[in-house]
Design a protein around this ligand. Sequence first.
Ligand code: NAD
Ligand code: GLY
Length: 380
Amino acid sequence: MACEMQTIRVELGERSYSIDIGAALLSRAHEILRGAWSHFPAAPHAVLITDHHVAPLFADPLANQLTTHGWRISTFVVPAGESSKALAAVGRLWEDLLACGADRHSVVLAVGGGVVGDLAGFVAATYTRGIPLIQVPTTLLAQVDSSVGGKVGINLPGSKNMVGAFWQPRYVLIDTETLRTLPEREYRAGLAEVVKYGVIMDEDLFAYLETHLDFIQRRDPEVMQHIVTRCCRLKADVVEIDEREETGRRAILNYGHTFGHALEALTGYDQLLHGEAVAMGMDAAARLAVALGRWDAACWQRQRRLLEALGLPQRWPQVDLPQVMQVMQHDKKSAQGALRLILPSRLGHVELVRDVEPSLIHRVMRECQDPSSASPAARS
Ligand code: NAD
Ligand code: GLY
């Protein structure tokens, strides 16, 4: 049964915007876009940025539809994958925008996963000091996380997301039907971010995931619309009170990410998907919270069981642990080398914890690589 479109409003003063979530929204995008954003001129010019997987699936049909309705569309396709989040791609796109006559009245349409959203968003934030951006996320990860909140940017060699900007979209259009074509591994990786929201902010969402596993495996449209909508609301709540990650509130979204980013970096960004690394990082953070007496071991076990049921890996690869420590200390979330970790204190609640003993972190990471090395209590 098709369910009605849901709308989430992100209240950020003059940068406020709506997120519409529903099935088959792309098939009537021209009408939705015009209704959602009254500032469009009669014949809008859109720069549509996508990748080569998403182009034939969703971006080309969208461009055709909008062209039929009087839009001028300039489409640019980047190679799929993290390597497109780089300065070279930005430079080419700046030139492309200039060549197609884009100006401050044009709008950038980012159609794709988090890579396209972050890259196109950064181009929108910087070209002529900023042009409007509309996010059309097509992966689960992008729908529940990266398309909302305005973080855009690119990687430097060996340093993820190191250059970027806060550039809020004017509007986010989420068609949950795009999830149907997503490769299984990418879909599961997106689910890691969904579990994250449950642990950090919403015990009810966590319990909903536990009781709807079959629906989630089948990508049931109604269940997925409910999950995506809830995650967008949770993210919007955080962004509304700490848009630029200044008070520590937005940092809670990085649960599992400090460990996860280090694992991604040390495996060359080409072995683990972001969500897989986050699942491993959440297990490490949970073990640490239990070892510090901050979290109940039974809750950690619930997190373990849920991640496992969703097909997410938790056991760490054999990376060099002192190197993991080093990379974490250089993470941009660290303050002058001092680690700041997001650790759960109860299901649905996390805290920012400083000054955790490095030897304890090391012990926990060893357990993550080799769970049989854990103390009997930690293995239970
Ligand atoms: P991605 O953009 O690389 O997409 C994953 C793969 O799926 C790609 O091959 C893509 O072509 C393909 N794809 C996309 N939609 C599809 C569909 N509907 N059907 C079939 N294939 C499809 O990866 P991602 O996981 O979406 O995003 C990861 C990126 O997001 C990372 O660079 C990460 O740093 C970034 N990120 C940003 C934020 C933020 O707040 N800005 C938050 C989390 C992650
Ligand atoms: N994905 C983390 C953030 O948006 O802050």
